[in-house]
Design a protein around this ligand. Structure first.
Ligand code: HEC
Ligand code: HEC
Ligand code: HEC
Length: 438
């Protein structure tokens, strides 16, 4: 007993010492250089701002830092985390935002996750990814944001429970989950691959949603880009194997990221927002580099990729009774929009014959789309897709299982034996977040 008490006391003392060290910031590992302590001149700021606009788009700052219908850059967007709600902050150059921030303050917030006064930022702000940004790109961002219109909008309080409301505890999180150093260009790989890595990892922060997290919400580096659940939706595996499984090639992936549409389907849910606010604004060269990197290639794929329609995978066998029942549901409810052979209808709906969602291991996204529907969405170049209604009432779990198994074998080319119970589980997990918006 005595021994245990002593051990507990020892642990408590050790813990307190560690907590003291952490709170003092002595264990922080900054990647920000001293050079940024020199302020930028007015001319430099003017010259850098346009480049900053492009960096902001590629890094998707606006989408998180502007509440829907709110003032630009004034924050307010809520983020649900397992520990409570966090609100993105005002980053316009007003007093509530970054008005009083120096160049160095801004660099430290973006790359170390520490705001002026040593205030630790929550990793809902993806500084773990932005840590890899170059000094030049962060300067450009600063120049751009500091020259926006001032928005005097107060920040919204967060709803985090103790101990997660204690910001200093984040230095322990950083110690465990924030890389000490940043990736430098790999001289054994092509410029294309290196640029693609920078665009995907540091700017585009694809891993923040597509890489699974551990219990402490740290990104699991060993499972990078293998897919994760984010706000109840599955961000699929986008490793080379995962992308190939969904039927993507480098050129079709670049096209999908640039337009939100490809033979593999349309961008939906959070991915629609990523394309809408960020990747569609990327230059063609960056889209091609990102696609090459994600396929782990040093050279672009064959140019023909995007022009040739993706081949549908070969169907796998399914019991005739199941396919007859499914075909009847499909003809009655779906064929009018998706075509008798799943070929899609231009400007109305996407092809299902080559749809990525039917090829993934998990049926959740597709079943959810069928039950809850999808909103009408506009895409670059005046392209538009109609809304898809939800069929939660029309299809019971048995009919839904038949239809899903049939689509996944017929057009997804995979074996599929989902049960009505599997459908009930997905149905029960649907929240308003998944339902068709306006
Ligand atoms: C996925 C959403 C998301 C993205 C993308 C994002 N942010 Fe943030 N950002 C947040 C959240 C949430 C906070 C608040 C964190 C906190 O309170 O600790 C924040 C905080 C900040 C802060 C600290 C402000 C303050 O007063 O404390 C700055 C500066 C900032 N972000 C800049 C940027 C820039 C520049 C970009 C683009 C390169 C960006 N953010 C992209 C979510 C995001
Ligand atoms: C905010 C979270 C988030 C970020 C950041 C994000 N994705 Fe996604 N992505 C998703 C989700 C969620 C889905 C699945 C959408 C669905 O099922 O409706 C998805 C789907 C995809 C798909 C499958 C296409 C399809 O038709 O479903 C690809 C490819 C993809 N993402 C690539 C990327 C790349 C490349 C990046 C980095 C530039 C990226 N994503 C960044 C959340 C994200
Ligand atoms: C009113 C037209 C319409 C009807 C009817 C319709 N759909 Fe859709 N469906 C769409 C549109 C439009 C999209 C693409 C939305 C987007 O990407 O913006 C879509 C997308 C899909 C997707 C892809 C979802 C994803 O995450 O990529 C699947 C699967 C699908 N529909 C299945 C069905 C099935 C099964 C039925 C019948 C039960 C059906 N649809 C009926 C219009 C329709």
């Amino acid at each position: 007993m005595r021994k245990t008490l002593l051990a507990v006391a020892g642990l408590a003392l050790g813990g307190a010492a560690l907590a003291g060290l952490l709170a003092s910031g002595a264990l922080e590992r900054s990647v920000v250089s001293r050079a940024v302590e020199t302020p930028l001149g007015a001319d430099q700021i003017r010259a850098l701002a346009p480049r900053g606009a492009a960096v902001a788009a590629a890094a998707d700052c606006y989408a998180c830092h502007t509440a829907r219908g709110g003032a630009p850059w004034a924050g307010g967007m809520p983020f649900e985390t397992p520990f409570g709600t966090i609100h993105a902050t005002n980053i316009s150059p007003s007093a509530e935002g970054i008005g009083g921030w120096s160049r160095a303050d801004f660099h430290r917030a973006l790359r170390d996750g520490i705001a002026p006064g040593g205030r630790h930022l929550y990793p809902a702000m993806p500084y773990t990814s932005y840590r890899g940004m170059t000094e030049g790109d962060v300067d450009a961002l600063y120049a751009y944001l500091i020259t926006r219109e001032k928005m005097p909008v107060a920040n919204r309080p967060n709803g985090l429970a103790f101990p997660f409301d204690q910001r200093w505890t984040l230095s322990a999180w950083n110690l465990l989950h924030l890389p000490a150093a940043v990736a430098v260009p790999d001289p054994t790989r092509s410029d294309l691959w290196n640029r693609g890595r920078y665009v995907a990892e540091a700017l585009g922060h694809c891993g923040e949603c597509h890489t699974p997290r551990n219990l402490m919400q740290g990104l699991r580096g060993e499972a990078a880009l293998t897919g994760a659940v984010i706000e109840g939706l599955e961000a699929p595996d986008i490793t080379p194997a995962g992308l190939a499984r969904m039927g993507f090639a480098p050129a079709s992936l670049a096209r999908f990221m640039g337009t939100g549409l490809s033979a593999q389907g349309g961008a939906t849910h959070q991915m629609f927002e990523v394309v809408h606010y960020s990747t569609r604004h990327m230059p063609q060269a960056d889209l091609a580099a990102m696609a090459a990197y994600l396929f782990n290639r040093d050279a672009p794929g064959p140019e023909a990729d995007a022009a040739v329609p993706a081949a549908a995978p070969a169907p796998t066998p399914l019991a005739a009774a199941v396919s007859d029942r499914a075909r009847a549901s499909y003809d009655g409810l779906c064929a009018g929009c998706h075509g008798a052979q799943g070929e899609g209808i231009p400007h109305v709906s996407v092809a299902l014959r080559t749809n990525a969602g039917l090829r993934t291991a998990s049926p959740a996204s597709v079943v959810r789309a069928v039950l809850a529907g999808l909103p009408a969405q506009t895409f670059p170049g005046g392209e538009r897709m109609e809304a898809m209604p939800g069929f939660a009432v029309d299809l019971d779990d048995a009919a839904l299982a038949d239809l899903t198994n049939w689509m996944r074998t017929e057009w997804g080319g995979q074996a599929s034996a989902l049960s009505p119970q599997d459908m009930a589980v997905i149905r029960a997990a649907i929240t308003p977040r998944h339902a068709a918006r306006d």
